[in-house]
Design a protein. Structure first.
Length: 255
């Protein structure tokens, strides 16, 4: 595997697959357009110990499968639009530092099997994490702070595991595009809070397990949903909606 150590103010575009790109602690990759692009090359890795930032576009962009982005504790990715925008299957983003978008989403993955593990901070003007594709997964042990929605999932077999904090102006977790016959699961032991709702379901089957705090109403909508609230609390109301739902609770209001 080829290794490239980066430090530039004119941006970087990958030119081959199977390469490792490293931004050191005191290094930076800056650009007016996209700061770092995997372009159409897959099986690459970007490790950010310093700063990757764009003044007008994406911080990191990919249009190929199986790329990996790692932001360490001292690292940061900043985008004017999406901070991290990856298209293609089997993408992985691991953040222990900071991901910021000034106008759009924090991490957006369009493709099956996308995984985001956040142990740091994602702070955005739109949606914190967007996973479009089947079997998408968010593991959040840090903070997701969003003006619109904290997490948006669109795909069968999607899953959220939250031990941290998801705070959003509109909705904490949005599953609104889940189709009949599809399923998604939310496991919360932390805090999910939204100005209008904590969790929004759709026509598919949602399984919600909450032993933390859901601050905001829960709308399960259609589908044969499962809500297990044992050990947790809901500040708001859980609305079952259509379908044959199953509730196991010790602290919630249900319509």
């Amino acid at each position: 595997m080829a290794v490239f150590n980066l430090n530039t103010t004119i941006g970087v575009t990958a030119t081959a697959a199977d390469s490792l790109y490293v931004v050191g602690v005191n290094a930076q990759v800056l650009n007016n357009g996209t700061a770092f692009s995997f372009s159409t090359f897959g099986n690459n890795a970007l490790v950010v110990n310093g700063l990757v930032a764009s003044a007008t576009s994406n911080g990191v962009f990919s249009n190929a499968a199986n790329n990996r982005v790692t932001v360490t504790q001292n690292g940061a990715i900043v985008g004017d639009t999406d901070a991290v925008s990856l298209s293609g299957s089997a993408q992985l983003v691991t953040n222990a530092g900071t991901i910021v978008s000034h106008t759009d989403d924090g991490v957006q993955i369009d493709g099956n099997g996308g995984v985001v593990e956040n142990n740091g901070t994602i702070q955005v003007e739109d949606n914190g994490v967007v996973l479009t594709g089947d079997s998408g997964k968010l593991i959040n042990n840090g903070s997701v702070l969003a003006i619109d929605r904290g997490v948006f999932l669109d795909g069968d077999g999607s899953e959220i595991s939250n031990t941290g904090t998801i705070l959003a102006g509109v909705g904490g977790v949005d599953l609104d595009f889940l189709l009949a016959g599809e399923s998604a699961q939310v496991n919360n032991t932390g805090l999910i809070k939204g100005g209008q709702y904590s969790i929004q379901g759709a026509d598919g089957t949602e399984t919600i397990k909450n032993s933390g705090i859901l601050d905001g109403d829960v709308f399960l909508a259609a589908g044969n949903d499962i809500f297990d609230g044992r050990g947790g609390s809901v500040i708001g109301t859980v609305y079952g909606g259509a379908g044959n739902d199953t509730f196991t609770i010790d602290d919630a209001a249900i319509d």
